[in-house]
Write a new protein. Structure first.
Length: 179
């Protein structure tokens, strides 16, 4: 029998000063059995950084043909493809052929090695690439519970998260911006 995903519920008060987006998001997030909390938190942050109409979580790790998050238009065009982690150059290349915009959010301790090895090939692709601070992601993952009320304020390359278990700042580095 297959192990089922763990379900988390986020009630987020979002203030994105960069894009002037102020909204309340109620997200139900399924954490795949092979996924850790750091990766799930990176997915939620990437969702918040890109929140827009038609943005949804996909099957993610359960489907190699889909990104972690995408936005499709009413006529089913793929507007935005978001991958979390360190995808292969070939995967990013494929995504740039399928979607109008591609973003990659790296989050773990091997991000620097992945970026160094693939930077020259990724530079030729129309994809924006970001690296979350790994230690800050770990700190925020330590504040996770099954149901959460968070306040998330985004300004510059930083998100300040206030939870019932404490506060945390998560910053990111823009490695490549093709927006």
């Amino acid at each position: 029998m297959a192990i089922k995903p763990t379900i988390y519920k986020f009630n987020l008060a979002l203030s994105d000063m960069n894009r002037h987006v102020y909204d309340t998001l109620n997200l139900t997030v399924a954490m795949h059995p092979s996924e850790n909390q750091e990766r799930m938190i990176a997915r939620v942050l990437a969702y918040c950084l890109n929140t827009q109409e038609f943005l949804t979580f996909t099957k993610g790790l359960s489907s190699t043909e889909e990104p972690d998050i995408w936005a499709r238009s009413l006529d089913d065009q793929l507007m935005l493809w978001i991958d979390i982690g360190e995808p292969s150059v070939e995967r990013v290349k494929k995504a740039t052929r399928l979607a109008r915009a591609v973003k990659v959010y790296s989050f773990n301790s091997k991000s620097d090695v992945w970026w160094t090895q693939g930077q020259s090939k990724l530079a030729d692709l129309n994809a924006s690439i970001f690296a979350f601070d790994n230690k800050q992601i770990q700190t925020l993952a330590g504040m996770v519970s099954r149901t959460m009320d968070w306040s998330l304020s985004i300004s510059g390359e930083s998100a300040y998260v206030s939870t019932d278990k404490g506060d945390c700042e998560v910053s990111w580095q823009v490695l490549q911006d093709k927006t």
